[in-house]
Design a protein around this ligand. Structure first.
Ligand code: HEC
Ligand code: HEC
Length: 237
């Protein structure tokens, strides 16, 4: 896996640096030492190069992960930048236990996280989707309505589950049901040894429900129209 990441990374970096250009023009300018790519100061890596390693999982429709159980990789295109940054930092600190995302988040600087988060928020807006209605696109069953009411999900995630009261809270409408079920169980587990998310807010909420209830909630929220999407793209743009 690491090898794949490194390769993806190396390829994208190679494409993004002006080195190729420098080499192409080298015969005409023999005085310029090829080893000194003056036009590539540290930190000049393009955001496309930074997200190259994310696309292999987050940019493939229906792509599945297997830890801690099989589920679809969450959609991040269209998610709020502040929430994406908060999530990446939570993987970094270990507040969210997830070996793959921890390894990835560890490799990102604060500047990388800021750039990547802004990129993915804007990424969801490309193509000009119509604005979402203020109300959810489907009414819940009476059973699910009671569960939603019990924990007042809409009071934080918004009436349509896609307009959170704070940009550091996630949009969840339309997110994959199997992923949200895993996420909700992780909040319930809290600060576990190998799995879990320590989050005071969602921990207290998830603990009020049985797993069957969490699954029903995830299924309903996933069925709603939302702003999240998977956007496959050309790795070699
Ligand atoms: C090997 C596959 C893989 C790669 C590569 C990968 N991710 Fe992830 N990502 C996942 C999985 C699986 C999860 C769900 C983890 C969990 O259960 O908490 C996840 C979760 C996330 C989340 C949290 C989403 C949410 O709704 O809370 C963010 C943000 C994220 N990834 C961003 C990125 C970024 C940015 C990159 C590239 C720098 C990246 N990921 C690369 C597999 C991957
Ligand atoms: C008091 C505010 C609040 C309430 C009420 C609330 N949430 Fe959350 N929710 C949050 C915050 C904040 C997060 C992000 C936590 C983190 O950073 O991991 C979150 C995260 C989530 C996630 C994970 C999303 C992802 O992409 O990983 C799901 C799913 C979720 N909430 C569903 C629900 C459901 C269902 C309810 C009602 C049963 C609910 N929430 C009630 C604030 C709230």
């Amino acid at each position: 896996m690491n090898k794949l990441l490194n390769t993806l990374f190396a390829v994208s970096v190679a494409c993004a640096t002006p080195l190729a250009l420098a080499q192409a023009s080298a015969p005409a300018a023999p005085a310029a030492p090829a080893a000194k790519p003056a036009a590539a100061p540290a930190g000049a890596k393009s955001v496309e190069a930074k997200v190259a390693m994310c696309i292999g999982c987050h940019g493939i429709k229906g792509y599945q992960a297997s830890f801690p159980e099989i589920h679809k990789v969450p959609m991040i295109s269209g998610q709020s930048a502040k929430y994406i940054a908060a999530a990446l930092n939570a993987y970094k600190t270990g507040d969210r236990k997830h070996p793959t995302m921890r390894g990835i988040a560890d490799s990102l600087s604060d500047q990388d996280i800021a750039d990547i988060s802004a990129y993915y928020e804007a990424h969801g807006k490309e193509g000009g989707k119509p604005a979402l209605a203020e109300q959810p696109s489907r009414q819940p069953s009476p059973q699910v309505a009671a569960l939603l009411q019990k924990a007042a999900c809409a009071s934080c995630h918004g009436a349509n589950m896609s307009k959170p009261i704070d940009p550091s809270y996630p949009k969840i409408a339309g997110q994959h049901a199997d992923y949200m079920f895993v996420a909700l169980k992780a909040y319930k587990a809290g600060n576990g040894q190998t799995v879990g998310r320590s989050n005071g807010v969602m921990g207290a909420i998830a603990k009020q429900f049985s797993n069957a209830e969490l699954k029903a909630l995830a299924g309903y929220v996933s069925s709603l129209d939302g702003e999240l999407s998977v956007k496959p793209e050309d790795k070699f743009r």
